[in-house]
Design a binder for this molecule. Structure first.
Ligand code: UN1
Length: 507
């Protein structure tokens, strides 16, 4: 463990503020990061205050005034170097993700790969920040759109993807001309410090200090001042719906832009035409992967009553075979939850489910060993149960029977969140209905692919209480730029749009 930390330039006590190419202590208290699998401390990180946030944002803004004029492909070079360094450090950084977040090593490495993919994508994009050319209705006029850098981007991330979600935002923002100020979760501050040490090297090599910034601290001490700061043009926040509502309200006071990626309550519909072998593997990965702590985690399985008896016993058997333990051990598929509080929340949700008429088919117990370990739970449920409409950030899968596909879709869409969704079927009509405008109401809708594990090439995000933001691939970059519509008159007349006449009296 110590070698991993050393390889990444971390010590037992680290500065949590990085700004203008230098590390600072900040005025807040130190947070200690714990390994959720052992409850042992991994290291401490100092935190910032509102005053530190202000200084960091001002520094980022000063850099913005210069960075916005650097040609995008040259800005892309910083991201290309970041991707290169991440390739070299994939193993130790993946291991640190595992140590700090508790996800299994393959997923820790996958998360670093997601950063690398995002860097590659953004480098290509640095030559493709295209604007439209528009046909003008006026003679000898040319109309077009161009995209300019927006300003400082504040990025608030959660513990469950302690590095990848920052990369979704940072890789795009930097290419788009926006310096980034990162507020990571205080549950995974070491990952953020490690990433920022890599950024520091790149800023030195390319002589561009001030592009990447970090300010570790709580929501109240660092998050709120960041969202309130008038120089922060865009706040990209990932976390609970509750947190997102606060961010949105606070940002709305100064009409700042937000990009919100909040809670999910993702479902799979399993039809009579599903390939059950395929579905079984997909369901278990989506429900149990990352110990049920992804925003894309499968939380509701809506099963046709004709397949219930063939599928559910196999699912219980698969759950029984899942190895739970130290996430760095080969063969382990499920690590711990992030904290004792997460374990309590899971227990409380299971109690509520039972009180509301749900039946626990398997699992849910807390394991008596150090670390926050639980057994994943399968609960037979009714869609009317209020707990089913909530996102509990833990491995609880509610199983709900249905008779008609239209009814399944109604159940599917009946929750307040709208992130990810999937149908398992080999029937074309069923698949297309699910993807149609009267099908899934989510930002992500899959056929024969689970709800989690999206590639970065697509735009990522969801509707309703999930917040409506889109990050990562496709045209998500547009959120990090401002659009300018330009009209040039290259003639010697002044024709007005819509045929309006406005003759001045002869002079
Ligand atoms: C999250 O949990 O906040 O699609 C992000 C997925 C991952 C990203 C999850 N690529 O599951």
């Amino acid at each position: 463990m110590r070698e991993v930390l050393e390889q990444l330039g971390l010590s037992l006590s680290n500065h949590g503020i990085y700004s203008d190419g230098a590390w600072h202590q900040g005025g807040g208290e130190e947070v200690i990061s714990f390994n959720p699998a052992t409850e042992e401390p991994l290291g401490g990180v100092s935190t910032g205050t509102a005053q530190d946030v202000s200084q960091v944002v001002e520094a980022a803004h000063r850099r913005f005034l210069h960075w916005r004029m650097v040609p995008p492909p040259v800005r892309g070079e910083a991201v290309r170097c970041l991707g290169q360094r991440l390739r070299e450090l994939k193993k130790p950084l993946g291991m640190l993700v595992t140590l700090e977040s508790g996800k299994i090593l393959s997923e820790g490495l996958g998360e670093v790969q997601e950063m690398i993919d995002m860097c590659d994508f953004a480098v290509g994009l640095s030559r493709q920040l295209y604007g439209l050319t528009i046909a003008s209705e006026r003679p000898q006029h040319r109309m077009f759109e161009q995209w300019h850098p927006l300003g400082v981007v504040g990025v608030i991330t959660a513990f469950n993807f302690p590095v990848a979600v920052w990369a979704w935002n940072a890789a795009l923002a930097v290419v788009c001309g926006d310096p980034v100020v990162w507020k990571p979760s205080t549950l995974s501050p070491l990952c953020a410090v490690a990433v920022m040490k890599i950024c520091q090297q790149i800023e030195r090599e390319l002589d561009c200090p001030g592009v990447f910034h970090l300010c570790v601290g709580s929501g109240q001490q660092v998050g709120e001042p960041l969202v309130e700061h008038p120089r922060v043009a865009l706040i990209s926040a990932t976390g609970s719906c509750r947190m997102g509502l606060q961010v949105a309200q606070c940002a709305a006071k100064r009409l700042a832009r937000t990009l919100l990626e909040l809670g999910g309550n993702n479902a799979v519909i399993l039809t009579p035409h599903a390939n059950l072998d395929l579905a079984l593997r997909a369901v278990v990965f989506a429900a149990v992967g990352t110990a049920g702590q992804r925003c894309t985690t499968l939380r509701r399985l809506i099963v046709h009553e004709s397949v219930w008896d063939r599928f559910v016993p196999r699912l219980v058997e698969a759950y029984q075979s899942i190895r739970i333990g130290d996430p760095w051990e080969p063969g382990v598929l499920m690590g711990p939850l992030i904290s004792a509080q997460a374990v309590e929340q899971m227990q409380s949700a299971l109690q509520q489910a039972q009180a509301q008429g749900g039946r626990v088919l398997w699992g849910g117990e807390v394991l008596s060993r150090p670390g926050h370990f639980v057994r994943p739970a399968l609960v037979e449920a009714d869609p009317q149960m209020s707990i089913v409409a909530e996102e509990t950030f833990a491995p609880i899968l509610y199983l709900i029977p249905y008779q008609r596909l239209e009814q399944a879709i109604e159940i599917h869409n009946s929750v307040p969140q709208g992130l990810s969704s999937a149908i398992f079927t080999d029937n074309l009509q069923e698949a297309e209905l699910f993807l149609s405008a009267q099908g899934s109401d989510c930002g992500i809708a899959n056929v024969n692919v689970g709800t989690s594990g999206a590639e970065i090439g697509g735009a990522f995000g969801g509707e309703k209480l999930t917040g409506g933001g889109r990050e990562a691939g496709s045209d998500a970059w547009r959120a990090y730029m401002r659009r300018q519509t330009c009209t040039i008159n290259w003639g010697r007349q002044l024709p007005l749009a819509q045929g309006v006449q406005f003759p001045l009296p002869a002079q």
